[in-house]
Design a protein around this ligand. Structure first.
Ligand SMILES: C[S@@+](CC[C@H](N)C(=O)[O-])C[C@H]1O[C@@H](n2cnc3c(N)ncnc32)[C@H](O)[C@@H]1O
Length: 278
């Protein structure tokens, strides 16, 4: 198999625009090498000769399977348990106290959380562990929706088997309580798995996000960075619709909704910014 010749600027723009239109992911001009690296092998696998041929397939011969493959290739799926732990501290303590009293006041005995770019599952399973550790929630129905645009990360999330890299930040007592150590891997327990419902949702697609409604908290971390402002605005307004009145949103600690929306009010709790639906 031969490596395809470098991508022309014109083909780059064609493929880049296609990816943007389907996912909101924006590949800037100086990242042409990123698309060449990610798509080069796929072109060989498909027996195509050039990036031009691949652009042609996307335009005229696209089937669902190729779109699934493309999303797998262009997404960055880095994640691990208890990533940005100060957010989970605030979520499990101050925020949970507020939510329990707000929901109880409105006659609810449940809590719903959405991990909106869940990747391989570490984030929604961390949320589930935090909820399981709250005795006050013992009589509450706990539901965690976890979604991603990439089918392959969802398949791996449903398996719930993790290596030492993903699990390195898990406090030892939780590792013992919620995982089985097989010697080479850590397998998540059924008690945690059963709280999480995985589904494929493109965060910039109105129809797909419509299945999530009335959630108390959304975690949308480390995904908006791959979008341009227009796609960020779209995703954030769809998240707004999914939240219950006065619901809460976490974005990654290096991300901000400044200049993106006024529909959320930033609230600082213990140095952590939480966005509240206005
Ligand atoms: C870097 S991971 C973040 C995982 C986790 N939220 C965290 O902070 O550790 C980004 C995830 O966003 C997903 N993603 C990218 N574009 C998306 C879109 N338009 N809709 C839903 N998920 C998307 C990718 O597939 C990837 O799994």
């Amino acid at each position: 198999m031969t490596t395809p010749a470098p991508m022309s600027i014109e083909t780059f723009k064609q493929i880049r625009d296609f990816i943007y239109e389907k996912s909101g992911i924006f590949v800037p001009d100086n990242k042409k090498y990123f698309l060449e690296n990610r798509l080069g092998r796929r072109i060989q696998e498909k027996g195509l000769k050039s990036y031009d041929d691949y652009a042609y397939v996307l335009k005229y011969g696209l089937d669902k399977a190729e779109l699934v493959k493309l999303f797998d290739l262009v997404t960055t799926n880095e994640t691990f348990f208890f990533r940005e732990p100060q957010q989970f501290e605030v979520f499990g303590k101050e925020l949970m106290t507020k939510i329990i009293s707000e929901n109880t006041a409105s006659g609810r005995k449940d809590i719903k959380v959405w991990s909106a770019a869940s990747s391989t599952g570490e984030e929604p399973y961390t949320i589930a562990i935090v909820l399981m550790e709250k005795p006050e929630l013992a009589n509450f129905k706990k539901e965690i929706f976890a979604s991603d645009i990439s089918e392959s990360v969802l398949a791996s999330a449903r398996n719930g088997i993790y290596g030492s890299y993903a699990t390195r930040n898990i406090p030892e007592p939780y590792l013992k309580k919620y995982f089985t150590n097989t010697g080479s891997n850590f397998v998540i327990s059924q008690s945690i798995k059963s709280l999480v419902k995985f589904m494929k949702i493109n965060l910039t697609d109105e129809k797909e996000t419509r299945s999530i409604r009335g959630v108390d908290v959304v975690f949308c971390r480390n995904v908006l960075i791959y979008f341009d402002d227009k796609a960020k605005q779209k995703a954030v307004s769809l998240i707004y619709d999914a939240l219950r009145p006065k619901g809460y949103l976490f974005v990654g600690t290096s991300e901000s909704l400044h200049n993106i929306t006024r529909a959320f009010r930033p609230v600082v709790i213990n140095k952590v910014i939480v966005y509240q639906k206005a």
